[in-house]
Design a protein around this ligand. Sequence first.
Ligand code: FES
Length: 104
Amino acid sequence: MSAQYTDLMSLDDTFEGEVVRVEHGDKNLAVYSVNGEIYCTDNLCTHGNALLSDGFLEGFEIECPFHQGRFDIRDGRVTCEPASKAVKSYPIKVSDGRVFVDLS
Ligand code: FES
């Protein structure tokens, strides 16, 4: 399937080294800003009912606030148990001060 980018948010609503929660349609997303790049994953941890946007971002890793499972925000892969299933990550483009996401 070809990429379908939709307007997600203003770049001004992202903050270097931080994660923000973004609701988009029926999606609850976590949007991260690291080293001037924007990354996006599903917000719900794959291990339980916790929001990654409430967790702790360190480098390219987000730590879940419930059991300290960790995910790489660049591709969603698990980097620390007890999480065992990758979180979905989404391609991002930035243009004219807007953040676009491909949710397809
Ligand atoms: Fe996220 Fe358990 S709910 S690691």
